[in-house]
Design a protein around this ligand. Structure first.
Ligand code: NAP
Ligand code: GDD
Length: 348
């Protein structure tokens, strides 16, 4: 039987790496687009990489960029993929306030470029498309919990760009009959999460404090609430969307909500650190062994905050037969144990 071909934009990211592992386990040939970088940016997929001269490679990497229409179109023409996953994005909300134009170019127009390339290469009937949408589109939420029908009200250049990507995906589905789906994914984390996202920053900082490698961790808003899931569960939902009879849009979430401070407390407990919180507002601090180990810094506040996200993924449960397998405690355990292993190995 012919193996299916997938093309992943954003293969070097957290989700790209887990999705690659998952698709390889389903017997796909996975093509991935990487950006040229002055240092290696393939750390999350090195364990799968095989030299181009090796026989029977199942993951094939190509240089490209989501801001470069011709490179996208040429790749799609050459590969003729059965499925395209667009995970490429400037994905940091706070950074999107610093580089709003680039964020729009990559996150909004990048999606349009892929859809246009499918159309231009006359692959509307062959190639299915997945767009990595986000709960950040709900922003200043209009209802709780949020589902596929909840109106969007983004609060950052990132969220606004993703709303464009969402609607252009719907537009190409309706105008050109492309099998195109939006996944509206709530926050999902793992040991492979980028170091400046709050969960990874907390886990990495507290593990280093536990080992005496760092004294303090500085954070921003402790009271933002998120619906945090496990990236390894969430990538399966992306694939399931493209296996349905009809394309549609799906919220993917756990339906459980925690504050940033709750997440910190779970990590402290996992590390067996005895702690107490004292002070208010920007002076709130976390103490262990009579020393302050967590303090707040206004620099980590955003011009606009998304205060509370909570998803309702009943549609995914019903139609995709998807539900999260791992809860937040399992997620914290995975992140802490992998981080500790890596720090201890680095030391020795
Ligand atoms: P991530 O770790 O930041 O990965 C982003 C990927 O996009 C990386 O492979 C990155 O390449 C690539 N990329 C960035 N700009 C690019 C460009 N101009 N051209 C080509 N590739 C580019 O993000 P993630 O957490 O895996 O998330 C995957 C997608 O889901 C993103 O679109 C994100 O916005 C969306 N999303 C994430 C979450 C979440 O909680 N994780 C929730 C909802 C939606 P480099 O490695 O070279 O930087
Ligand atoms: N990054 C960061 N760093 N966030 C902090 C910090 C800090 O030091 N202190 C508090 N926070 C708060 C942020 O203000 C935010 O309310 C919350 O922690 C989560 O921040 P991030 O982990 O940066 O994630 P995000 O929710 O802004 O965005 C992530 O999830 C979206 C889905 O809802 C990203 O993965 C986006 O790409 C994704 O679309």
């Amino acid at each position: 039987m012919r193996k299916k071909k997938a093309l992943i934009f954003g293969i070097t990211g957290q989700d790209g790496s887990y999705l690659t592992e998952f698709l390889l386990s389903k017997n796909y040939i996975v093509h991935g687009v990487i950006r040229r970088s002055s240092s290696f940016n393939t750390g999350r997929i090195n364990h799968i990489y095989k030299d181009p001269h090796a026989k029977g490679r199942k993951m094939i990497l190509h240089y490209g960029d989501i801001t470069d229409a011709i490179s996208i179109s040429s790749l799609i023409k050459k590969i003729q993929p059965d499925e395209i996953y667009n995970l490429a994005a400037q994905s940091h909300v706070a950074v999107s306030f610093e580089v709003p134009e680039y964020t729009a170019n990559a996150d909004a127009l990048g999606t349009l470029r892929i859809l246009e390339a499918i159309r231009f290469n006359k692959l509307e009937k062959k190639t299915k498309f997945y767009q990595a949408g986000t709960s950040e589109m709900f922003g200043k939420v209009i209802e709780i919990p949020q589902n596929e029908k909840t109106p969007f009200y983004p609060q950052s250049p990132y969220g606004v760009a993703k709303v464009y990507a969402h609607w252009i995906t719907v537009n190409y589905r309706e105008a050109y009959n492309i099998f195109a789906c939006n996944g509206i994914l709530f926050n999902h984390e793992s040991y492979r999460r980028g170091g400046t996202f709050v969960t990874k920053k907390i886990v990495s900082g507290l593990c280093k404090i536990k080992l005496g490698l760092q004294e303090k961790l500085f954070l921003g808003n402790l009271y933002a609430k998120r619906d945090w899931g496990d990236a390894r569960d969430f990538v399966k939902a992306m694939w399931k969307m493209l296996q349905q009879k009809k394309p549609s849009d799906y919220v993917i979430s756990t339906g459980k909500q925690y504050t940033v401070k709750n997440f910190v407390n779970l990590v402290l407990a996992e590390l067996n650190i005895k702690y107490s919180w004292k002070g208010k507002n920007l002076n709130e601090k976390c103490f262990a062994n009579n020393k302050s180990i967590i303090e707040l810094d206004k620099a980590y506040h955003r011009p606009l905050e998304v205060h509370s996200l909570l998803g309702n993924s009943n549609k995914a449960k019903r139609e995709l037969k998807w539900k999260p397998e791992k809860n937040i405690k399992k997620l914290v355990r995975h992140m802490v144990s992998e981080e500790m292993n890596s720090l201890v190995n680095d030391k020795s």
